[in-house]
Write a protein that binds this ligand. Structure first.
Ligand code: HEC
Length: 198
């Protein structure tokens, strides 16, 4: 099967898989937009409707120091940051995230066509989903990764570098609001923006 076609088949099958997974093993009721939901093994369930969530911003070529310097010929990737709408509405009023906030970066590969300027890039296949979830019932903010086409994904252990970097450098709670243009002004006005992140 051609990779692009295979990805399309997986994408088409995903909503049904999510429904089946929810019926079979979800321990938290996922009514309507209620998030987050977990499997009986404690994995985060892929939110089927995240494309209707609130879009915050995009990044390009995100990488972490532990991965070493980015090779000059590595393909451009995009990251699209979404949040569940209830959390966004609450942030706009308070300048911080309520319990059960789900922030998610959809990581996508990029393409180019000779008909366009060679420097231009558009978004293509999903490479994976990184989550940052605030849930007091599960020890507070937790990171997860879900692979494309999967219905759930595991948490990162608290010893992973994700936690230390976010705790030390992020502007609001453990989230990098300093890089999210629509939210910076709100957090500053509400006094939730950490001075150290200026
Ligand atoms: C060296 C610092 C660093 C490390 C390590 C790190 N991050 Fe981040 N992370 C950032 C920065 C900077 C941003 C904001 C940039 C952006 O989204 O454009 C960010 C944003 C995020 C976001 C968007 C929501 C938020 O909290 O602001 C998620 C989700 C995320 N990272 C997941 C992870 C995961 C999962 C890991 C571990 C595998 C990780 N990060 C490790 C620096 C880091």
């Amino acid at each position: 099967m051609q990779p692009a076609f295979k990805a399309a088949v997986i994408a088409a099958a995903l909503p049904m898989c999510v429904l089946l997974a929810r019926a079979a093993e979800v321990s938290t009721a996922a009514a309507g937009h209620a998030t987050p939901a977990y499997t009986s093994r404690g994995e985060l369930v892929m939110p089927a409707d995240y494309r209707t969530w609130t879009f915050i911003t995009s990044n390009i070529n995100m990488g972490y120091p532990s991965e070493g310097p980015r090779p000059p010929d590595s393909p451009t990737t995009f990251g699209n940051l979404f949040v569940n709408p209830e959390a966004y509405t609450s942030f706009m009023k308070t300048g911080t995230w309520p319990d059960r906030t789900v922030l998610m970066i959809e990581i996508r590969e990029s393409g180019n066509t000779p008909a366009l300027n060679t420097a231009s890039r558009f978004q293509t296949d999903v490479r994976g989903f990184e989550f940052h979830v605030k849930d007091a019932a599960r020890g507070g903010w937790t990171f997860y990764f879900i692979r494309p086409g999967k219905t759930s994904g595991k948490a990162f252990a608290r010893t992973e570098s994700c936690y230390a970097c976010h705790e030390k450098n992020a502007a609001v709670d453990t989230t990098f609001v300093q890089y999210y243009p629509p939210l910076v002004g709100i957090a500053k006005a509400k006094g939730t923006f950490k001075k150290t992140a200026e």
